[in-house]
Design a protein around this ligand. Structure first.
Ligand code: RP5
Length: 165
């Protein structure tokens, strides 16, 4: 059986720069992934095919990023019972608020988790955390990453600290 992996889907190549931050987080944590474009509106059949093939081939978590009327994460979730993390992307007149509302307002029964507008890095980390529930080595890498962040905060505290008393 192959290692559990993450399927990253985005609505357009114009989403790729932000969505690559999810891939970067997965790279840092040693979690395999595949990344592709499938549009819920422009290529609904391809979206179904990407999701059903990925589920069949062992994708453990899906990350779906889209802007504007962001139906992609919900449509991905309609084709799989694996967890789906939506990434609302800033584009068009409403700069991601539309996408955020579309992603978080799923009807009962077909859940989609959401990160912040443009929060692709957190989507990669959250997907890793889900996979880490059954992978103690990955859980340890996540703990080390947090320890690194705590260390960085302590460095910042030292740099900024001043007292006049
Ligand atoms: C959404 O529409 C995509 O996810 C993208 O964020 C936005 C614009 O798409 P393009 O017109 O750049 O293809 O479906």
């Amino acid at each position: 059986m192959s290692k559990p992996w993450v399927c990253i889907v985005m609505g357009s190549d114009s989403d790729a720069e932000v969505m690559s931050q999810a891939a970067a987080a997965l790279d840092e944590l040693g979690v395999p992934y595949e990344m592709t474009v499938a549009s819920a509106h422009r290529t609904p059949e391809r979206t179904k095919e990407v999701v059903t093939n990925a589920e069949r081939d062992g994708a453990a978590v899906f990350i779906a990023g889209a802007g504007m009327a962001a139906h992609l994460p919900g449509v991905v979730a309609s084709f799989t019972t694996r967890p789906v993390i939506g990434v609302p992307l800033a584009s068009g007149a409403l700069q991601g608020v539309d996408a955020l509302y579309a992603i978080v307002q799923m009807p009962p029964g077909i859940p989609v988790a959401s990160v912040a507008i443009g929060g692709a890095r957190n989507a990669g980390i959250l997907a890793s955390q889900i996979i880490a529930t059954a992978d103690s080595a990955l859980a340890e890498r996540l703990r080390q990453k947090r320890a690194g962040m705590a260390g960085a905060v302590m460095e910042k505290a030292k740099k900024v600290a001043r007292s006049t008393r």
